[in-house]
Ligand binder design. Structure first.
Ligand SMILES: [Zn+2]
Length: 103
């Protein structure tokens, strides 16, 4: 079982396993984040995660949720549209998730 070290604002570094974390990736703006409940103080902690961190967590067996912004926010979104590269990346991460689920 891979041990993942994360940082709780109250307790500092805490040791987690892949099951303790959830990675969330927004399909609309590609922002990644992860969240976990601190094993020491039970506080729910959420952090921004770069694509590299998301890859790392997912390949360690952390489950990933892809979510979309509510439709009414769609009009005001800024940022470039998804490119084929981004879609490839999603495919790749999704494949990793499938592999880890089949383990
Ligand atoms: Zn804590």
């Amino acid at each position: 079982m891979t041990t993942i070290r994360a940082n709780c604002p109250s307790c500092g570094d805490v040791q987690l396993t892949a099951e303790d974390l959830t990675v969330r990736v927004c399909a609309d703006d590609e922002r990644g984040s992860y969240c976990f409940r601190c094993p020491d103080c039970q506080r729910a902690v959420a952090k921004e995660a770069s694509r590299r961190i998301v890859d790392l967590l997912v390949s360690s067996g952390v489950r990933m949720q892809v979510w979309r912004l509510p439709a009414e926010l769609g009009e005001s979104r800024v940022g470039p549209p998804l490119t084929p590269d981004d879609l490839l990346w999603f495919e790749d991460v999704a494949a990793q998730v499938r592999r880890s689920l089949n383990r």
